[in-house]
Design a protein around this ligand. Structure first.
Ligand code: CTP
Ligand code: CA
Length: 232
């Protein structure tokens, strides 16, 4: 379905989307980060606005232009992203966690730039786990009837296929929908296109062929509407 002028089927909904990748400071000039471009989250925000939603986009370290008609909140660390998402989620109908959130952060960030020692030694950086924003949202909805959507990049291994790992994650985080990307193939990071399977807590499974991230975004919003009004 081409959406030059989209029908406003998300009108009346406040949707919150997180995008990009969080950064965890090591010292004032260095950080632990990841390769997320933010394109999928920005595509979700832009398509939702085009379909009539009120959109809050929490963007972590992206270099993309603000999508039209979207309220953008810029953050950097996981702690900042968590605060911004939870604040926006208080009156949200839908929350989509498309951001690549750092699993670990340095236990403390050095206040001054870390200098090399003359003896060739290197500092040890102690990591601690970050809070899991999606799991918190999935298990304690900030609003009754709120729809919570996550993403997962999975590979198959001895324990199961990438899709089985996705199903396990959907249950573990208590979310309504999980968008599962198979990684390992050169896909996803920084690309303009992506293939995925959208799995639902209702057991549904919708494969989405490789295509533009806007197309996947529209499929996700279609599924969100189905979850919210199952009899339509
Ligand atoms: N996520 C989150 N908070 C974290 C880590 C991840 O909210 N601290 C969210 C991501 O935004 C994504 C989903 O959880 O929607 C899955 O992220 P992913 O990295 O695929 O899985 P993890 O749950 O972090 O598990 P692991 O990396 O150990 O496989
Ligand atoms: Ca992770």
């Amino acid at each position: 379905l081409a959406r030059g002028t989209a029908e406003p089927d998300l009108a009346g909904l406040h949707v919150v989307v997180s995008a990009g990748g969080t950064r965890e400071p090591i010292d004032p000039v260095r950080f632990i980060g990841n390769r997320s471009s933010g394109k999928q989250g920005f595509a979700l925000a832009g398509t939702a606005a085009a379909r009539g939603a009120r959109v809050t986009l929490v963007a972590a370290n992206t270099s993309l232009a603000d999508p039209a008609g979207v309220d953008v909140v810029r953050v950097s660390t996981t702690a900042e992203l968590r605060t911004a998402v939870r604040a926006a989620a208080r009156d949200a109908d839908v929350v989509v966690m498309a951001a690549a959130v750092a699993d670990f952060r340095p236990r403390e960030a050095a206040e001054a730039k870390i200098k090399k020692a003359d003896d060739n030694s290197a500092p040890e950086i102690r990591l601690v786990q970050n809070p899991h924003v999606l799991r918190e949202l999935g298990h304690s909805r900030s609003r009754p009837g709120q729809t919570v959507v996550g993403f997962a990049a999975e590979t198959g291994d001895a324990q199961g296929t990438w899709l089985e790992h996705g199903r396990a994650k959907l249950a573990k985080y208590g979310v309504d929908l999980l968008i599962v990307n198979e990684v390992g193939v050169d896909l996803t990071f920084g690309a303009d296109h992506s293939a995925a399977v959208v799995i639902g807590a209702d057991g549904s499974e919708e494969p989405v062929a490789d295509g533009p991230k806007e197309r996947l975004a529209d499929v996700i919003w279609d599924r969100v509407l189905k979850v919210r009004t199952p009899n339509d």
